[in-house]
Design a protein. Structure first.
Length: 104
């Protein structure tokens, strides 16, 4: 049987360490098919960009935020997949633009 508490604790520790030790952060956003807007903060780790904060602003105006402090809920979860701005439909934004949505 899989120990879900241990797996969750390891995920929290990994994302927290990335967030607390990051010296370089990248910020992006994109729109989904339902009219929602996604805001992403990612940091480099072992040659990949790892999402450490993710916010979804739905077309209905609801904000869902995910990070090591809140990995998932009934609306969604922090992605565990590396992103590639050259492959994914992402647009770079300023740290201030990301923070305005994140702290809303």
């Amino acid at each position: 049987m899989v120990d879900l508490e241990r797996i969750n604790a390891e995920a929290v520790a990994y994302f927290r360490a990335l967030d607390e030790n990051a010296t370089l952060r990248h910020h992006f956003h994109h729109a989904d098919e339902e009219g929602g807007l996604w805001y992403i903060e990612a940091v480099p780790d072992r040659g990949e960009l790892i999402v450490i904060k993710q916010a979804e602003l739905t077309s209905a105006g609801q904000l869902h935020r995910y990070s090591w402090e809140h990995l998932e809920d009934e609306h969604g979860f922090l992605t565990d997949q590396a992103i590639g701005p050259e492959d994914d439909p992402l647009e770079a934004i300023s740290p201030g633009d990301f923070q305005r949505v994140w702290s809303r």
